[in-house]
Write a protein that binds this ligand. Sequence first.
Ligand code: NAD
Length: 292
Amino acid sequence: MKSVGRINGKTQLIGLLATPIGHSLSPSMHNMAFKKLGLNYAYLAFEVGNDSLEDAIKGLRALNVKGFNVSMPNKTKILPFLDELADSAKFSGAVNTVVNDNGVLVGHSTDGMGYIRNLKEHGVDITGKKMTLIGSGGAATPIAIQAALEGLEELTIFARHDEFYSKAVENVKIINEEMKHVSCKAKLYSLEDTDMLREEIRTSDILTNGTGVGMKPLEEFSIIEDISMLRPDLIVTDVVYMPMRSKLLEQAESIGCHTINGIGMMIWQGAMAFELWTGKEMPVEYIKEQMF
Ligand code: NAD
């Protein structure tokens, strides 16, 4: 008798712990990549919220899985259950990828890594550059932290006075005071201060929308109301990927800016996790062709 099919006695499990989970593209993306590269892994999604998170992690640890992703609502709640944190996770205070390193569970945050890798794929190197970033939530925070870790020179965050504002204050403090080995200088202004927004965008190389403004159901809106704040040599990036071309990116294209949408960040955060687990590069072009 011989074993038939992709799953056999040596298949290693990678999981995803989140809720709701049915809409996640991660199982399709990773399983397609494992199959394409002939890697003996399987990726499965588990409906796990905060209440069962600790037990789920104990179980995955006991099963000695190679690793797993976590998504909402578990990205911050998971921190106490892990053994170590990479800088990406430590400074952003959130984890989306866990690697089982010979029994040691190490948390990483690959969202910011994915954002920056995607910029590189579009010919944009953030080293020594200045970025204006709007927002301080689950998408904007890892972008801020990873950009600082990877050589951004100046970061200006604009944030609305809502429940995320304190996170913006914290992000600036972490970059300026706790990340000793980075040279990035961070500042924070209120998003309502449109004069300052105009001035900071004027002196920036990159403008990034890190909020859900422009994403369904807010697809009619742009975080920038006055397009005279934009100029042709500004690089404009958006975490939004539905629609692919947000109102902000439409405005920026009309001015002649280089624009980059959120889909690449989404794919590359997965690719970075894939690489952490398998040591292999995800076949990103193939995945894009098949899924998007
Ligand atoms: P979140 O709820 O954690 O944070 C939302 C942020 O947007 C906060 O900073 C909040 O202050 C700000 N915000 C919300 N409404 C605003 C408004 N009307 N005006 C100004 N600021 C406003 O959400 P999140 O997880 O950071 O997600 C934000 C967006 O990023 C969503 O559209 C999400 O789909 C997208 N996202 C994309 C990726 C990717 O890989 N491309 C990854 C994560 C999230």
